[in-house]
Write a new protein. Structure first.
Length: 405
């Protein structure tokens, strides 16, 4: 069996070139493999929801980290919309203790920006700085400008990023999908694009004033791409992410099913095309999954009443490889920058030689949520035929996922 490793050289990661031990594979995983088997650096997802503590009926650190390993990830950053919210040393420790006990990969928690993510007063940023990968109120936008300014000022002194869920609550008006053609045709209330890009515009100015490192979560609109592109040209210390579903779907793909409901919503074709241009020209720095599992009941209430959020950490690479690399939209090297290199650089997450995954790029499969290791099952990609099957994921030299094991 020949395993290609040249991608490490192509993306400037020669020092992390793995020595792949065939004994790590489950013996039956290699039967029927193609000749296109490749080792890739361990992916890093800076935006996941593993739901523990507080909501373990949706996902657990144990199940989420195993699902991530199946997707080729060796490091993830967990968002703070939990119970208790990690807004102090004590509450952050609750999650860290579970991680130490149950995680099979590196799981790095965020600290909240505000107490309880309520936007009323700042959390203990100084106390959490040593143990939090960055600060975010993900799931809620920080509505108050002065609150965000003070958060940025304090984060700057601590050398930490502010990671922003950008959403202006005053512009939501009860919407739950994109305010576009599908919403109008089917009588749904829409979420306007301005609710995302207006807070980004505000925060760019605050970032210029404070000098804080600033990262924008899950951008979905063409206006967001343009604002961030312009800010980078002006020298603002800003990065951003988008998610796989925004790159390969738009609101014309919507169905009357909760597995198509996420926040921000699928936008229109022009937005998707702007996002693709953004990953091509470097405006968008990384792709994160926003893996957000819910119970089956919470996702069974249709577009209007289902909970926001879909799962995606087990399908991210096959989706992006099939729909963007195989079609020539981006190269595999660029995809590795988006999934593995740039997230680690921006969030100061070390890469290790013993962190990698092995893929059969030519093996096809059909997305079946019943086979997920995640407790979440809601995916808009159900039934899609994709290329790219993970055979093995290794963390610190130890197999943490083996196909057929």
């Amino acid at each position: 069996m020949g395993i290609k490793t040249d991608i490490f050289e192509k993306i400037g990661m020669n020092e992390f070139l793995p020595e792949v031990d065939s004994a790590l594979f489950c013996p039956t995983a290699l039967s029927g493999c193609s000749d296109n088997i490749i080792a890739l650096p361990g992916f890093c997802d800076v935006h996941v929801h593993f739901r523990e503590p507080g909501f373990s009926y949706k996902e657990k650190i144990s199940t989420g980290s195993r699902a991530a390993a199946r997707g080729g990830y060796t490091a993830v950053c967990t968002m703070p919309n939990l119970d208790p919210v990690p807004d102090s040393v004590e509450s952050l420790r609750v999650q860290r203790d579970i991680i130490a006990r149950d995680a099979v990969i590196d799981v790095l928690p965020y600290g909240a920006i505000t107490v309880g993510e309520r936007g009323e007063r700042l959390a203990d940023l100084e106390g959490m700085a040593a143990d939090a990968v960055a600060f975010s109120d993900d799931g809620r936008g920080v509505q108050d400008e002065e609150m965000m300014r003070e958060a940025m000022t304090r984060a700057k002194k601590l050398g930490k990023l502010i990671v922003a869920h950008c959403e202006d609550n005053s512009l939501l008006r009860g919407g739950y999908i994109h305010d576009g053609a599908y919403a109008r045709a089917h009588g749904h209330r829409g979420i306007c694009s301005e609710s995302e890009w207006r807070p980004i515009k505000r925060d760019i100015e605050l970032c210029m004033q404070t000098g804080c490192g600033y990262h924008v979560c899950h951008i979905s609109t063409k206006e967001s791409v343009a604002l961030i592109r312009e800010a980078k040209a002006r020298g603002v210390d800003i990065t951003c992410e988008t998610a796989p579903h925004y790159l390969v779907m738009d609101d014309s793909d919507l169905q009357e099913d909760g597995r198509f409901k996420m926040n921000p919503p699928l936008r229109d074709k022009a937005d998707r095309e702007a996002l693709i241009q953004g990953i091509q020209d470097g405006t968008i720095d990384m792709i994160a999954t926003d893996h957000a599992p819910h119970s089956a009941e919470e996702k069974s209430r249709g577009l209007e009443k289902s909970a926001f959020g879909i799962v995606g950490i087990e399908t991210a690479f096959p989706i992006l490889y099939t729909k963007l690399v195989k079609t020539g939209v981006i190269t595999l090297e660029r995809l590795m920058e988006l999934l593995a290199v740039n997230p680690r650089k921006r969030f100061n997450i070390p890469m290790k030689k013993g962190d990698y995954s092995v893929w059969d790029l030519d093996r096809e499969f059909v997305v079946d949520p019943g086979e997920f290791l995640s407790m979440g099952r809601a995916t808009p990609f159900e039934g899609w035929r994709l290329s790219g099957v993970c055979l093995l994921t290794v963390k610190d030299g130890k197999a943490v996922y083996q196909l057929n094991q």
